[in-house]
Design a protein around this ligand. Structure first.
Ligand SMILES: *Cc1c(COP(=O)(O)O)cnc(C)c1O
Length: 443
């Protein structure tokens, strides 16, 4: 990568002489203007405002969501959204990429520094796109892959028949034991029996830290690649609140919008030997033009994630989740593994004689957002989903702390028992913690 050129171009940006032919300099106001949208298209503006109100008035416990900073939203609403830049910095198919090159280089440099990785690809459109590209980099259709079984917390991209993964590869699923913990003996046995080309560790509904060293050992034992799908946890890793898969996995894929609190998007990290294969698997194999506005927003988020404030945030997310899990046990829920190491909690609602779908509906009716999820070995299987999945990443961003967690659990308990006054108390609580206190002043 031509570093000298980067430094030179940075200097041009700082002096405001970067844009060709006297175009806008840093002093020019950015065109994103919500008032303009309201004037031009009040119907759509109304939807956006209503969504802001909805996000501000719910107790947002969906484990995969968060509230990005105003800086990240500004990057998303920037003219970088206009730019075609197929290829990689310094090697694009289109003209005029010098400045978006800077944005992508910043994102890559910040991601590699943040996670101690040799290489980062910041172009994946989403977590699923990152997983697809990591498979494309290492596998061919028909290869055998060992991954978390879907009823035990695996993601769609880990072998669902409805997804490309299950259609194009031979997935074998490993699961958890009766205590909800990954059964590493089973992983080893299945690996020896099926000799997979890759092992995927990482899940969409697993509350505990993974033993990446154990996965690495098993992968080495059978000569498999190790792919870590850290979609949920990479933000905690950035903040030093969860162990990093980077030293162990051949390829790490992730989202940038869950605990990492950036824009909706994906990220792949790997060592130098696989860098070219990963890059080619993203573009041109599985994607076209990168979303440069999202890449700029990722750069902003990576910078935020490198601050002491973010580390404090990540640790608070976990402290909140631990307290919330404890309090949910007291509300009579079957908290899987009895607690959590992360932002994420799964809990059976069978003891309340309801299933996950009903629980989700009752919570939503009170303004509390949770997902339904399967609970392995639940003795009361109903509809495959006998539990709920929730997370503390978003509420922690809003500023809810350890004082509020027992209160949150109490509200969930009341909502599940259909206490009709719960909604008003939820509204009163969240009113004190607006996610965007300064949004759209004067509307
Ligand atoms: C969320 C998630 C993904 C997919 O992310 P999208 O951005 O929704 O495509 C992939 N893998 C795991 C484990 C996830 O939790």
């Amino acid at each position: 990568m031509p570093v000298a050129e980067t430094a030179q171009t940075s200097a041009r940006v700082r002096t405001g002489r970067a844009a060709p032919s006297g175009g806008p300099s840093a002093a020019t106001p950015m065109p994103a203007d919500f008032a303009a949208l309201r004037r031009q298209d009040p119907e759509l503006a109304g939807v956006l405002l209503a969504e802001l109100d909805r996000q501000s008035s719910c107790l947002q416990l969906l484990a995969g969501e968060n509230f990005t900073s105003a800086a990240v939203l500004a990057a998303l609403g920037s003219p970088l959204a206009n730019k075609y830049a197929e290829g990689y910095p310094g090697h694009r198919h289109h003209a005029g990429c010098e400045l978006v090159d800077l944005a992508e280089r910043l994102a890559v440099e910040r991601a590699t520094a943040l996670f101690g990785a040799a290489h980062a690809n910041v172009q994946p459109y989403s977590g699923s796109s990152a997983v697809l590209a990591s498979y494309a980099a290492l596998l061919v259709p028909g290869d055998t892959v060992l991954a978390t079984a879907l009823p035990h917390g695996g993601h769609l991209t880990h072998g669902s028949r409805a997804n490309f993964s299950g259609r194009w590869f031979q997935f074998v699923g490993y699961g958890t034991d009766r205590d909800g913990l990954i059964d590493y003996d089973q992983v080893r046995d299945l690996a020896r029996k099926h000799r997979p080309k890759a092992i995927v560790c990482g899940a969409t509904a697993y509350p505990r830290h993974l033993d990446y060293a154990a996965f690495r050992e098993i992968a080495d034992d059978v000569g498999a690649y190790l792919i870590a799908d850290a979609a949920h946890t990479l933000g905690l890793v950035a903040g030093g609140a969860a162990p990093s898969p980077v030293p162990y996995a051949d390829v790490v894929c992730a989202t940038t919008h869950k605990t990492l609190r950036g824009p909706r998007g994906g990220l792949i990290l790997c060592g130098e030997p696989l860098a070219q294969r990963v890059d080619r698997a993203v573009y041109p194999f599985s994607q076209g033009g990168p979303h440069m506005h999202a890449i700029a927003a990722k750069a902003a988020a990576f910078a935020e994630a490198a601050t002491p404030a973010f580390s404090e945030y990540a640790h608070q997310v976990v402290a909140n989740a631990r307290l919330l899990a404890e309090a949910l046990c007291a509300e009579g829920l079957d908290v899987v593994t009895g607690g959590t190491d992360t932002h994420l909690i799964t809990a059976g609602v069978g003891p309340l004689d309801i299933d996950g779908r009903t629980a989700r509906g009752r919570c939503a009716a009170a303004g509390i957002l949770v997902d339904k999820c399967p609970i392995p070995y639940d003795p009361r299987p109903a509809d495959g989903c006998t539990g709920i999945r929730l997370g503390t990443a978003a509420v922690t961003t809003q500023g809810l702390g350890e004082r509020e967690m027992p209160q949150v659990a109490g509200l969930i308990g009341r909502a599940l028992r259909e206490d009709r006054d719960t909604g008003a108390d939820v509204a009163e609580l969240v009113r004190r913690f607006p996610p965007y206190p300064d949004a759209y002043p004067g509307r």
